[in-house]
Design a protein around this ligand. Structure first.
Ligand SMILES: [Zn+2]
Length: 363
């Protein structure tokens, strides 16, 4: 059974997505959002940080064997969302936040930052041209080991294996899991979701061991795949040169707080070193892989500070009230593909009511 996990802000009792969707449409149709937004801005000033993973059109889900939960928006949805961001907010960069906190120019009235986690190549091929066309900057948090290797991310590969394996049982003693693998793809996706949820509770070494063991047993060792390709360093440098920001998301996408202290510090050091070498300068910001409350702690923040990071984003739902001193606990608003434009508008305007509560998928 998969539990729904709510992080960060206090969500009122009502919203299942469908109800939230209908309420958002009502508010939008009644023209309430601009008034609510203005009222809110009188009462408080927030830094909103949107969190995306993939921007992708999946025409035939049966032919797509990777994790559909990673798809945050279609190209059309993303274009409309960025047009709204440009119209209703002041899109800024983390550099602006750092400058303002260091006594530079104050932040604009409605600051908002667009971020992406992991580093999928659809970020370059699809999201980047839309962002550049509109003049909206964004931050891309990348796992350097995957940029180097071109290999799919481990959690994605796990979903792929479960969608495509000819094995008939899923046996993971570490999780007390021994279940038949259903034939229909939908059933396999549901099983993969359940497995991922429980897997993220293990320490990082055990997670990798489970995935490697299944890959060996099912003869499905990870290999580059056109449907789940990381960006290249050349693509990242091109985006950086066009005004985008690049940040860290670990080396191997391990959950930092679930590594040994030495391995965690090494992951932090290596990601900073690789990004510095490939981009020609150190980076300032990281996002913690997976990003929930259990994925980082005071030790992780201390290690991040020691290697030179100055800001850290989690994947806990919320906005950041300004002025904030939580430089390593910046909360974000996750964008999900089931959000239509009304819901997206309502979520950015009134996050306490309309933000998507995270279920299994974390950053
Ligand atoms: Zn991630």
């Amino acid at each position: 059974m998969i539990r729904e996990v709510t992080h960060g802000m206090e969500a009122p009792a009502l919203p299942r997505p469908s109800k939230r969707q209908r309420l958002a449409s009502m508010c939008s149709a009644a023209g309430m959002l601009p008034g609510l937004t203005s009222l809110r801005q009188v009462l408080r000033k927030d830094l909103r940080i949107l969190a995306y993973h993939r921007v992708l059109q999946v025409d035939d889900p049966a032919a797509f064997a990777f994790d559909l939960n990673e798809v945050s928006a279609s190209p059309e949805q993303f274009q409309a969302q960025m047009q709204l961001v440009k119209r209703d907010y002041d899109p800024i960069q983390f550099q602006d936040v750092l400058a303002a906190w260091n006594g530079g120019a104050p932040l604009p009235a409605r600051p908002l930052i667009v971020t992406f986690d992991d580093g999928y190549d659809d970020n370059y091929h699809i999201a980047f041209p839309i962002l550049r066309g509109l003049g909206v900057p964004a931050m891309f948090f990348v796992s350097t080991g995957h940029i180097d290797s071109g290999q799919p991310y481990a959690y994605d590969w796990l979903v792929y294996m479960l969608c495509r394996t000819r094995a008939t049982r899923l046996t993971v003693p570490e999780l007390l899991l021994d279940e038949p693998i259903p034939e229909p793809l939908e059933g396999r996706r549901a099983l993969a979701k359940e497995l991922l949820f429980h897997l993220k509770g293990l320490d990082a070494v055990d997670q990798a061991a489970v995935i490697a063991r299944l890959a060996g047993a099912w003869k499905m060792l990870p290999e580059p795949h056109a449907q789940c390709r990381p960006m290249t360093w050349d693509q990242l440098r091109e985006m950086r040169d066009a005004g985008m920001e690049i940040g860290a998301h670990g080396v191997h996408h391990h959950i930092l707080a679930k590594l040994s202290p030495a391995a965690m510090r090494e992951e932090m050091r290596e990601s900073m070193e690789t990004l510095t070498r490939e981009l020609g300068a150190p980076v300032d910001v990281l996002s913690y892989p997976v990003g929930g409350p259990d994925s980082y702690d005071a030790q992780v923040i201390e290690a991040a500070t020691q290697v030179g990071f100055r800001l850290g984003c989690n994947y806990i739902t919320g906005v950041n009230r300004l002025p904030t001193t939580a430089h390593f606990d910046l909360q974000r608003l996750s964008v999900e593909s089931e959000m239509d434009l009304d819901w997206f508008a309502a979520m950015t305007a009134m996050p306490e009511v309309f933000a998507h509560r995270k279920r299994v998928r974390l950053g």
